[in-house]
Design a binder for this molecule. Structure first.
Ligand code: ADE
Length: 249
């Protein structure tokens, strides 16, 4: 996976990603990061990359030319036009299935805006996906781009230590993950659930599945509508007072 980021703050991206799991994956060469400073492509003697908005109004707008030149330079040796994600609160909200889709690409380009926005003409020319990380406004696109690169990286084979661990956690099957416990067996008067100490794998699996169902029902009931549920899952949910519409097979 090759991540390319068009940004005015490449150091922020490089430092952020060279940490923890993504840092190790970069060191091992499983993922690659190319943070491009848009300012390097400014032809202005003061290296300006923004200007006043036509029509007036507050704030500055990023100019199309430096972004266009950075994009041309970046893509000139790529076989095909890459997916270009413009991170913006006006985009579709990022989610796990989008991360899975992005993880299939060989190259992903993120365009990070700043100031009031980016000249619309360059967006129309190069952007393939408009993506937001949620309904709130940040000062720039770098953090959202890092969020997305983190979520995509951990789906790239070899990035996580345990190959299986990306599959069995929150949002797998559209269910939230069960709670976890480690030593000591008693902490502040609370014991680890006995079933986890029993060594009975069947019971442990059923308990974990039920905890996932209960937690999803309590915290994110909206997810249950698209969850893959067995008859046993449905019966358990019914004991919690919920019955779900049956899926058409
Ligand atoms: N840029 C500023 N806020 C953002 C958000 N919530 N998502 C993506 N990009 C952004």
């Amino acid at each position: 996976m090759n991540f390319h980021v068009l940004t005015l703050f490449p150091d922020m991206i490089v430092q952020g990603l060279h940490t923890s799991v993504t840092g190790r994956a970069l060191d091992k060469g499983i993922i690659h990061l190319n943070a491009v400073n848009i300012r390097d492509y400014s032809k202005d003697k003061h290296k300006h990359v923004d200007d006043y908005p036509y029509g007036g109004g507050a704030g500055m707008v990023m100019q199309p030319e430096p972004i266009s030149l950075a994009y041309e330079d970046l893509t000139k040796n790529m076989g095909k036009k890459p997916r270009v994600i413009y991170v913006t609160p006006q985009g579709t909200t990022f989610c796990q299935s989008m991360a899975e889709e992005f993880a299939k690409e060989e190259d992903l380009v993120f365009l990070c805006g700043h100031y009031e926005g980016v000249d619309e003409r360059i967006l129309e020319e190069i952007v393939t996906d408009y993506v937001s990380i949620g309904d709130y406004v940040l000062t720039g696109g770098e953090l959202p781009a890092m969020v997305m690169m983190d979520a995509v990286s951990r789906l790239v084979p070899g990035v996580l230590n345990n190959e299986d661990s990306a599959q069995f956690e929150s949002f797998h099957d559209n269910l939230l993950e069960h709670p976890h416990y480690t030593r000591p067996v008693e902490f502040h008067g609370k014991r680890v659930p006995e079933v986890l100490l029993s060594g009975h794998h069947g019971n442990i699996e059923r308990w974990r599945r039920n905890e996932s169902l209960k937690r999803t029902l309590e915290r994110r009931p909206d997810l249950l509508e698209d969850a893959l549920l067995t008859e046993e899952d449905r019966r358990y949910l019914e004991t919690l007072g919920y019955s779900l519409p049956r899926r058409e097979e």
